[in-house]
Design a protein around this ligand. Structure first.
Ligand SMILES: Nc1ncnc2c1ncn2[C@@H]1O[C@H](COP(=O)(O)OP(=O)(O)OP(=O)(O)O)[C@@H](O)[C@H]1O
Ligand SMILES: [Mg+2]
Length: 139
């Protein structure tokens, strides 16, 4: 594992988001691990903002995936597999078409879909080190 960033408050993600996207340009699938409430959704929100997601645009196509539209017309897929009961549900939504679409895919709770995460996904782990600090690791 490699420590990428240490952050003390949420707003630092404004600067961290472009750094992550720059470091992993030409990578489209990012998975986010970390305990409940560690800040996965929040980080993804800042990444989406940086990528130009239009405000308030979210089309929940299925309960496991949200689709966001960017100002340049591109689409971002945001998955949250926390509530998946059976891996079959990932097959049912056609996960491969999303993961291998070439669009950005931000995936929370990848540990719920073992074996389905593309091998070239960027694996991020967020750790809460104490009340204030969070560490963002590359796994
Ligand atoms: N970097 C941060 N610094 C401080 N607070 C943060 C940070 N990231 C998230 N938070 C706060 O922590 C709370 C939980 O964050 P969030 O919902 O993003 O976590 P999560 O990892 O997506 O949780 P879940 O596992 O339930 O999906 C929110 O209230 C959010 O404002
Ligand atoms: Mg979340």
């Amino acid at each position: 594992m490699r420590l990428l960033y240490t952050i003390k408050e949420e707003k630092e993600l404004i600067d961290v988001a472009p750094l992550l996207l720059k470091e992993f340009k030409n990578r489209w699938v990012f998975v986010f691990s970390g305990t409940l409430g560690s800040g996965k959704t929040t980080f993804i929100k800042y990444l989406c903002k940086r990528l130009g997601v239009k405000d308030g645009i979210s089309s929940p196509t299925f309960s496991l995936v949200n689709e966001y539209e960017c100002i340049d017309g591109s689409i971002i897929y945001h998955f949250d597999f926390y509530r998946i009961k059976d891996i079959q549900e990932a097959y049912d939504i056609g996960y491969e078409e999303y993961f291998y679409s070439g669009n950005y895919c931000f995936i929370e709770w990848p540990e719920k879909i073992p074996g389905l995460v593309p091998p070239d996904a960027v694996e991020i782990k967020i750790e809460i080190t104490d009340e204030e600090n969070r560490e963002i690791w590359l796994q």
